[in-house]
Design a protein around this ligand. Structure first.
Ligand SMILES: O=C(O)c1cc(C(=O)O)c2c(n1)C(=O)C(=O)c1cc(C(=O)O)[nH]c1-2
Length: 694
């Protein structure tokens, strides 16, 4: 990690009335504050449209009859060709949104004019530490300030009007550990709450609350213990420690990082946090005996103290990257004849969980996707009943879901009128293996094989990407829409019973939220991942979509993805009734796909080829195989650069300023020369065994 480059400064202003006074003042009436933030829906002030994270808007100007008339109001270039994941936040006529490399933009919500932008100058070498692209999931806006996290772990408060920093704090506990940060902060009771990322590389996850006025740290919730020999910080950590093995190997690396979902109930004053996978997917945590709390869990903490109220672990002793960081939605509804305050989640593991959010009582756990790692959840114990496929140590098993889950971070939405939750879902298997593979994972090999080969002879399931409507109270799928790509956008639903969604094939669509009938199908030419939002300005309802493909879908896009034909030009697209034509991004000069191998060079020989393809796994995590990814340069141009330049890129970091990390500490010159020969022969264009997830 090159944290020394452009190192974060701590610049904590001392608030006039002191941290405590500021926090308690803002917390005076959390219920009234939550109602104010949700308002009448004309703004989109908090991430999910409200603290309940429903991604539901009460706006009705756009309805089933007129939605077909949507066209472009304005479009803004996000200066990015990689993944864009932010939910736009709309306050006082301004849209605040983040781009790649944790940059923030403020646009006039009506004209699209750029009001200001802020670049925190994240050290570009950090790309190597990230599991899933140089993404950011957006800002929080509160009381005249814009808060956001940076890839290198800073939390920054900007003046909402000018974009100038008010304070900057470093949220990273230990700069020598491979922490990163991609999630959006939430402002709750006058505190800015933020988690972090890096579980796959071995960090100890935590969530911290800072005073919104001053940046002073107020409380921290440790998701996992430090290690078997370390004194627990408090009784919640002590309780968690009981569920970990007495083996120093997981020390400091337990994982559980909270990198996306949070929701808040102001009446109960409980903050709900979704936690991530274990720091090692296997081996180091003998999970047959230990649950590894609070990994892959929903934890409810007191919003003023960070003290645990209850927890529910969706995947005890997780070994499959089955994070529970996915959307957590709060609603009040009748379940089995009883009115309940519920919370629900469709985490990666394929089960839809319905909980009483006051107590954590499990009310339902039902498969919403294909999941063969567990047969069912025992409603008495709340635990999944594992199948043979769950055995990590048995080679070549086809497991559903894969590590992108049956649903990843893309926002699920909930319409209280239809009672349906809309899940951007995928049913795609993978093959887990303990053989060495991607070196990216700090201690394990998790290669995958070709889906076609591995699924031969397996029972047929309908694989692919879907938009699924889940009846929350009745605990069943109502309908699902098949999509031609597996990696698609978050969902938005409105009081007109509309459902908005964008797919990887470049279409922005609206559906009847009751039936799933498609009412709008607009070609934008952009593959999108982030959730659309809606707002009103000067009596006009707008729908905004941030579009730019990447994230962990970067190496797994389907053949129909628009980014194969069009440039992955990051854009904020804003629609209104009677709007205009949508200009598509520029077409690629050569559509992406496997390029020919170079037959003019002598073959490498079996041993060298095997060694080179193993080395290439270092590259494949981002650059993929079979012709490269749409987000990063196609390595077929490497021979044009020549061997010396290739060496200087990999061993000296010549392209670090452009986001290509330096591998000088890991690869030798001999390795690099071998890679050069491999790529020069076009071998990286051959989709090799073990080099793709699916
Ligand atoms: O364990 C982690 O800390 C962590 C972090 C992130 C991230 O910060 O983006 C992702 C994941 N895990 C992950 O498991 C995952 O599927 C994922 C997808 C994406 C994305 O942006 O598309 N990020 C992440």
């Amino acid at each position: 990690c090159s944290r020394d480059e452009g190192a974060p400064q701590t610049d904590v202003a001392s608030g006039e009335s002191g941290a405590e006074a500021a926090v308690s003042e803002a917390a005076a009436d959390p219920v009234a504050e939550a109602a104010m933030l949700e308002g009448d829906g004309s703004e989109w002030r908090v991430r999910g449209g409200g603290y309940d994270e429903q991604y539901f808007s009460p706006l009705t100007q756009i309805n089933k009859e007129n939605v077909g008339e949507l066209g472009l109001a304005w479009v803004s270039d996000m200066d990015s060709t990689r993944g864009l994941e932010a939910t736009p936040i709309v306050v006082d006529g301004v849209i605040y949104v983040t781009s790649t490399w944790s940059r923030v933009f403020a646009f006039d919500a009506v004209s699209g004019e750029t009001l200001w932008s802020y670049d925190p100058k994240v050290p570009r070498g950090i790309g190597r530490m990230l599991c899933c692209d140089v993404v950011n999931r957006g800002v929080a806006v509160h009381d005249g300030n814009v808060f956001f996290g940076t890839l290198d772990g800073r939390l920054i408060s900007l003046d909402a009007e000018t974009g100038k920093p008010a304070w900057i704090v470093d949220t990273i506990e230990d700069p020598d550990r491979p922490y990163t940060l991609t999630g959006a902060p939430r402002v709750i009771n006058g505190r800015v709450v933020i988690g972090n990322s890096g579980a796959d590389r071995g960090v100890r996850g935590y969530v911290t609350a800072y005073d919104a006025k001053t940046g002073e740290e107020d409380w921290r919730f440790w998701i996992v213990p430090e290690g078997p020999d370390a004194a627990p910080e408090n009784e919640d950590v002590a309780a968690a420690l009981e569920t970990w093995p007495d083996d120093p190997i997981w020390k400091g690396k337990g994982g559980g990082t909270a990198w996306d979902a949070m929701a808040f109930d102001p009446e109960l004053n409980l903050l709900y946090i979704g936690t991530g996978n274990g720091g090692s997917w296997k081996r180091q945590r003998p999970n047959d005996k230990t649950d590894n709390l609070y990994v892959s869990s929903i934890v409810a903490v007191d919003a003023d103290t960070g003290k645990l109220a209850w927890h529910y672990q969706t995947t005890p002793g997780d070994m499959w990257d089955y994070t529970a960081t996915n959307s957590i939605i709060l609603a009040d509804m009748e379940v089995d004849g009883k009115q309940r305050k519920v919370l629900f989640q469709a985490p990666k593991n394929g089960f839809f969980y319905l909980l009483d959010r006051e107590t954590g009582e499990l009310l339902g756990a039902d498969k919403y996707g294909v999941a063969n790692w567990a047969s069912h959840v025992d409603m008495k114990t709340g635990r999944p009943v594992l199948t043979e496929q769950a055995n990590f140590f048995k080679e070549d098993q086809l497991v559903y879901p894969n590590p992108n889950g049956a649903h990843d971070w893309q926002a699920m939405s909930f319409n209280p009128q239809t009672g349906l939750a809309y899940i951007p879902a995928l049913d795609v298997p993978w093959v887990q293996s303990t053989k060495p593979g991607f070196r990216y994972f700090y201690d394990i090999g998790v290669p995958a094989r070709h889906l076609e080969r591995m699924t031969a002879g397996q029972p047929e399931v309908e694989k692919g990407g879907f938009l699924k409507a889940w009846d929350v109270a009745n605990r069943e799928i109502k309908w699902k829409i098949p999509l031609s790509t597996t990696w698609n956008s978050g969902a938005l639903t409105t009081a007109s019973n509309l459902l908005f969604h964008a797919s990887g094939d470049g279409y922005f669509s609206a559906y009847d939220a009751e039936t799933g009938e498609r009412l709008l199908h607009l070609f934008t030419g952009n593959s999108a991942m982030a959730a659309p939002v809606t707002y009103m300005a000067d009596g006009v309802q707008y729908v905004a979509l941030l579009a730019g493909y990447g994230g962990s879908g970067m190496i797994t896009i389907g053949d129909d993805a628009a980014v194969k034909t069009y440039e992955n030009t990051g854009r904020l697209l804003v629609f209104k009734l009677g709007g205009g034509e949508i200009p598509t991004p520029k077409k690629r000069e050569t559509p992406l796909g496997p390029a020919p191998q170079n037959a003019s060079l002598p073959p490498l020989g079996e041993d060298k080829l095997a060694a080179a393809s193993e080395l290439y796994l270092n590259c494949a995590g981002c650059h993929s195989t079979g012709g490269g990814t749409p987000m990063l340069p196609n390595l077929s141009r490497v021979p044009e650069l020549g061997k010396d330049t290739f060496r200087s890129i990999l061993l000296e970091g010549a392209l670090v300023p452009r986001g290509m990390p330096n591998f000088g500490d890991e690869l030798t010159q001999e390795d690099v020369d071998l890679l050069y020969e491999y790529i020069s022969r076009g071998r990286h264009n051959v989709p090799v065994d073990n080099a793709r997830w699916y």
